[in-house]
Write a protein that binds this ligand. Sequence first.
Ligand code: 2BA
Length: 109
Amino acid sequence: MKLVIAVIQDKDSNRLSNALVREGFRATKLASTGGFLRAGNTTFMIGVEDERVHEVFNVISSNCKVRDQLVTPVSPMGGSTDSYIPFPVEVQIGGATVFVVPVERFEHF
Ligand code: 2BA
């Protein structure tokens, strides 16, 4: 079994939830915040049998869009704010940042 962890944009979250349920996957949605933009995003935890991981990838990739966004980061990543002058930068967000981790044990009581 694998745990697929997918960070996606809030705008895609309902569509992805619906698609996962429709395709017979179980998922948990967490409200999360991106470290760079400090803006809300959504993290899905999807427990799935190894042989269905590629199906989950297909569902995620067909329901999460890449978007360009002009943003002004709140503060530099890890640096000092003393000399920091904020200016807008264009970043490409998504469609999804996905991690696959092995599940040592799964119990459902
Ligand atoms: P954020 O950290 O808010 O990043 C949003 C977008 O800003 C990123 O889109 C990327 O295009 C850009 N970005 C991030 N860090 C940057 C940096 N140091 N310099 C310049 N541009 C930067 P995505 O790559 O699609 O990431 C979307 C969200 O996925 C991220 O939101 C974060 O919440 C998550 N994420 C991405 N990579 C991750 C990783 N390696 N570990 C954990 N979470 C990750």
